[in-house]
Design a protein around this ligand. Structure first.
Ligand SMILES: C[S@@+](CC[C@H](N)C(=O)[O-])C[C@H]1O[C@@H](n2cnc3c(N)ncnc32)[C@H](O)[C@@H]1O
Length: 218
């Protein structure tokens, strides 16, 4: 079975992800989503990435949060539990997953606005309306990251933080050998990381947790 479906990554060793997954007390709904994800082979944040995101949200206490890539709502609810006062808007174009996510939000009693649209349309609308966010979490198609980059930065409030998941892509981006079918994605992720480095208005921090998290601070 592919590691991903056991919710194990390929950057940190399995035993560490597993240890992090079992560490501490977790809300019932999160445990339920973890089970659902394993049974139905739906991707959710790796344990170390979920833990890091939650820690960051607890510290930042962002008023307005935008998430791109709801999936079945696991990362959304980690954000919610870290700071329930946040106003959370999450976007996913996959109607089937959105429906499941909504059920989990209901179970958790979490007030979350889920937009079942393409993220590029949503971002374009928010930019034209002049909306900004204190935290933007991006966990969608990795190959699209270069096209999100500047738009996401423009949507950040001053002092706002964007977090991009999967930027190390199992380590392939950092030199680990990979199958040629991943070449395009690896190239686009490398392009994304090189763009981010050159952008003067932000500071960037790369963390080898989960599948690689990039934290951009405006
Ligand atoms: C890895 S899953 C998200 C997992 C979720 N963040 C979690 O940890 O529970 C990626 C999701 O991004 C959505 N997605 C990808 N590209 C998108 C786009 N351009 N607009 C909206 N949703 C998109 C997919 O439908 C998919 O459900």
């Amino acid at each position: 079975m592919f590691k991903r479906w056991q919710n194990l990554g390929e950057i940190l060793p399995d035993y560490l992800e597993k240890f992090v997954e079992d560490f501490g007390k977790k809300e019932e709904v999160l445990l339920e989503i973890e089970e659902f994800a394993k049974e139905n082979k739906v991707p959710i944040l790796l344990p170390s990435a979920a833990s890091f995101l939650r820690f960051l949200v607890s510290l930042l206490r962002p008023k307005r949060v935008l998430e791109i890539g709801t999936g079945i709502g696991y990362s959304t609810l980690n954000i919610y539990y870290a700071y329930p006062e946040a106003e959370i808007i999450t976007v996913d174009s996959n109607k089937k997953r959105a429906l499941i996510a909504k059920e989990f939000f209901k179970k958790a009693g979490a007030k979350v606005e889920l937009l079942e649209k393409d993220a590029f349309d949503v971002i374009r609308d928010f930019l034209s309306q002049g909306k900004t966010f204190d935290l933007i979490f991006i966990d969608s198609v990795k190959a699209e990251y270069p096209f999100f980059n500047y738009k996401v930065q423009a949507l950040l409030s001053d002092g706002g933080v964007a977090v991009f998941d999967n930027v190390l892509f199992r380590g392939y981006v950092a030199g680990r050998e990979f199958d040629k079918r991943y070449r395009r994605t690896v190239e686009l992720l490398k392009l994304f990381l090189s763009q981010v480095k050159e952008y003067p208005a932000v500071k960037n921090y790369l963390f080898p947790v989960g599948d690689g998290l990039l934290v951009v601070l405006k």
